[in-house]
Design a protein around this ligand. Structure first.
Ligand code: HEM
Length: 164
């Protein structure tokens, strides 16, 4: 107890993998024989950072998925790797994407979230560092969260503490 765990930074790892799957009977994938009793691990990070599918994959460009304001069917859906593969694919993926959409759209409708400023008024740039592990997450970072309107402020103030 008390020993700290060193979590590798994603930039150093660059090989975040998916959950291992056991191949019970011999199989074939695109001409590659997969012997029975092997373990297959999808390289999720590489699939989701494929430069051909997603040019400049490290850039935050949500518009890359859109065409004329609608979802562009020609851009590879990240769900091909984000939720695992095959029969053991995540059972909660539809609930997850719906919940994330609701949470993020509600937050963005109510708040302006921007880079923070330091005591001299200078913008603090994010480091874009991630923690690697079974689940990846950005290293803790600061940001500025401002209600978009007086109505939003009043709505938040009107909530009881147990509702927040
Ligand atoms: C953004 C949110 C989520 C992500 C990225 C995610 C991702 C994953 C991944 C990568 C797997 C492994 C699939 C494989 O073995 O190939 C998995 C499995 C699973 N997930 Fe999720 N998941 C999410 C949310 C959820 C939620 C909300 C639920 C339930 C309400 C859920 C339920 C499950 C279950 C039950 C499995 C095991 C499926 C099996 O082994 O047959 N997940 N998830």
């Amino acid at each position: 107890m008390g020993d700290s765990i060193t979590v590798p930074r994603l930039q150093e790892v660059k090989s975040v993998l998916a959950i291992p799957h056991f191949v019970a009977v011999e199989d074939e994938y695109r001409g590659y024989r997969i012997p029975a009793q092997s373990v297959v691990i999808g390289k999720a990070w590489a699939i989701l950072h494929d430069k051909d599918a997603y040019p400049e994959p490290d850039e935050f460009k949500p518009e890359r998925f859109l065409r004329d304001g609608k979802l562009n069917p020609e851009v590879q859906d990240p769900e091909i790797a984000a939720f695992g593969f095959g029969r053991r694919i995540c059972q909660g993926r539809h609930m997850a994407t719906a919940s994330i959409w609701l949470a993020i759209s509600s937050m963005l409708a109510a708040f302006k979230i921007t880079k923070p400023v330091d005591e001299f008024g200078e913008t603090i740039e994010p480091t874009y560092e991630y923690l690697a592990g079974l689940i990846c997450a950005p290293v803790p970072f600061k940001c500025s969260v401002t209600p978009r309107s007086l109505q939003t402020t009043e709505a938040i103030r009107s909530l009881n503490a147990h509702e927040i």
